[in-house]
Design a protein around this ligand. Structure first.
Ligand code: F6R
Length: 609
């Protein structure tokens, strides 16, 4: 994970641009951050623990004037032709959350300064070699190893050659941005983690970032780095190079259309609740698809010898839901796997296999790894993504955009329901009844629109008050709503830190029912379908052991201690039933004084394996 960002160009406020850009990348990690500004042949470096959101821009002047924490530099020398700055927002992998472990990392005398997103898998081996050569390490990070390794090569080679030689030794997935104190030059390289170049409005101005929002306010002209590619930016412009063939690459400049203002909180206190409420409209956007693409994907599923739906976390639960949807609507079997488990099924793959990758960000490393595996076998890939400019969207054979708009809160809400809607459309497309699928979803969107009102939130608030001091709760569902019981548990875990666990209703009696005692809260997801009577029986079993039953259901039932009414639509019940849990999770997060947008230990985009 982690967000990295660099500026190269004429603007005096390079540091401010980088810090503002990093704020936009904070969804990728927010346990600490740091920046470096090149000043003549030296660097000003500043690091802080915690979120950039807490940083006051009035302090920027202090960073440059006081010479910062680690550097004693007279910034009156700051008259360089090019202003060069890099920054990093961290999600810790190697080493705890400390100032030493925050990036930028540097070589001994700060001749090399760099930021890194990803993991260098062989760092220990290289660290040992460097220690044997006399290098000492300040941090526990894998990143510092690269800084020293480049510095070591610098003894015999120029900056560019030294960086290339050092990178050639590192294994793993990464994106890095490297500076050298004696040259006005940025070298950035990508293998597995995203990196995008923005071409500025004035000549010789460039931005390099993990994601477009970091610089979209300055330019919409972008050049995407692909795996094993690097860019070298200096006074002559940007040169792209293939790191394996060592040959130059011509990079197309893509003009992106980006609705920048959409990513604001508006009048809402948090992105999470804003995004939950947006589900009044996002479903309509998801339904509004290019029918030809849906039919082509449906045809590809029919023809495939093995269709694999792959996703992680919440997207993985959407894949599980898809399995039930395809069974119920299209009577067709699909395979479902979490991205991180896909490689263990490699031997089932052939060039006739089809992978359908479901992802909000389109950058999840585990899902990208699954794509790489199937592509090596010659199989085809369809991505169902929110970020249409993402790596996944770009490397897939076909792409279905879910059109949910930027999702900023770490806990996925609107992307989830839109992804389920796409799965429903595909299932109907498979049986040549796409129009029926659309109609059912339009009806659902209108039902959600009616449901999401302040009275509804207040009703959920009451049960949130009841639940706020519990340390565990359970969610059960059957059929289409079993994956949503698992998803509901993820939502609650992420933002409330309550131990929440989802089960298939029928599985309780095989073990988990032992967890139920007096007043144990249990949320029961009910749909008006063939699973209804059985899930209500499971609720009765829990109640008989003292459980407190919160029913999410179109109709009330005697077994419910508390009833949250939902609209009745049996084929779209996973979409409808998850929304009250999203609201409940949000309200509980507030009651437990957690930040629902940036929960502890998490990041929005999981770009490490
Ligand atoms: C949970 C959540 C995560 C993501 C998972 C995959 O609310 O958002 O579990 O679903 O990290 O991310 P994407 O969808 O970006 O591939």
């Amino acid at each position: 994970m982690c967000g990295i960002f660099a500026y190269f160009g004429p603007k005096d406020n390079a540091l401010e641009i980088v810090i503002k850009g990093l704020k936009k990348l904070e969804y990728r990690g927010y346990d600490s951050w740091g920046v470096a500004l090149k000043v003549a042949n030296d660097f000003v470096i500043h690091k802080e623990l915690g979120k950039i959101g807490d940083f006051s821009f009035a302090d920027i002047a202090k960073i440059t004037q006081s010479g910062a924490v680690q550097s004693k530099i007279n910034t009156s020398k700051f008259s360089d032709r090019f202003k060069i700055s890099i920054g990093h927002s961290r999600w810790a992998t190697h080493g705890g959350v400390t100032e030493y472990n925050a990036h930028p990392q540097w070589s001994h005398d700060q001749e090399i300064v760099l930021c890194h997103n990803g993991i260098f898998e062989n760092y220990l081996e290289i660290k040992k070699k460097l220690i044997d050569k006399g290098y000492t390490f300040r941090s526990e990070t894998d990143t510092e190893v690269l800084a020293h390794l480049i510095a070591d090569y610098l003894k015999n080679f120029d900056f560019e050659t030294a960086t290339k030689k050092a990178l050639a030794e590192m294994t793993g997935r990464y994106a890095v941005i490297v500076l050298f104190k004696n040259e006005d030059k940025i070298i950035a390289a990508r293998r597995g983690s995203p990196l995008i170049v923005g071409k500025g409005g004035v000549s010789n101005e460039y931005f390099i970032a993990s994601d477009i929002p970091a610089f979209v306010e300055y330019t919409n002209k972008v050049q995407y780095l692909d795996d094993n590619q690097m860019v070298i930016i200096d006074q002559f412009g940007a040169r792209f190079e293939d790191m394996i063939t060592k040959l130059p690459i011509e990079k197309r400049v893509v003009e992106i259309i980006w609705r920048y203002e959409e990513a604001d909180k508006g009048d809402f206190p948090h992105f999470m609740i804003k995004e939950i409420m947006e589900q009044k409209e996002t479903l309509y956007r998801a339904i509004n698809q290019n029918e030809n693409i849906l039919s082509q994907v449906a045809e590809a599923i029919k023809k495939a010898r093995g269709a694999f739906f792959v996703g992680c976390g919440t997207a993985g639960k959407v894949c599980m839901t898809a399995e039930y949807i395809f069974s119920k609507i299209a009577k067709r079997h699909i395979n479902v796997l979490f991205g991180s488990e896909f490689k263990f099924h490699e031997h089932f793959l052939t060039d006739q296999s089809l992978l359908l990758a479901i992802s909000q960000s389109g950058e999840t490393a585990d899902t990208l790894e699954a794509i790489e595996i199937i592509q090596k076998k010659g199989g085809k890939v369809v991505s169902i993504v929110n970020n249409e400019a993402s790596t996944m969207a770009r490397i897939s054979d076909m792409m279905i955009p879910i059109k949910a708009g930027p999702e900023k809160a770490v806990a996925s809400t609107k992307a989830t329901t839109s992804q389920i809607a796409i799965c429903i459309l595909l299932a109907y497309a498979l049986i040549n009844r796409l129009h029926d699928g659309k109609q059912i979803l339009i009806e659902t969107a209108s039902q959600i629109n009616d449901m999401l009102n302040p009275r509804y939130e207040e009703h959920i608030q009451q049960v949130a008050e009841f639940l706020k001091n519990f340390e565990s709760l359970y969610i059960i569902g059957r059929g289409l709503n079993y994956p949503m019981a698992l998803e509901g548990a993820i939502k609650l875990q992420e933002v409330t830190y309550i131990h929440a666990q989802g089960f298939a209703g029928g599985e309780l009696k095989h073990g988990p029912i032992a967890l139920i005692s007096k007043n144990t809260p249990c949320i029961v997801l009910v749909a008006n379908d063939e699973s209804k009577n059985e899930i209500l029986s499971n609720a009765i079993e829990v109640k008989a052991r003292g459980g407190y039953i919160i029913g999410i259901s179109p109709e009330n039932a005697e077994v419910f201690d508390y009833w949250i009414k939902v609209p009745d639509n049996s084929n779209t019940s996973p979409i409808i039933n998850i929304i009250p849990i999203q609201i409940l999770a949000y309200q509980l997060a507030l009651l437990r004084q957690n930040n629902p947008d940036m929960p502890r230990n998490l990041a929005k985009s999981v770009t490490v394996k």
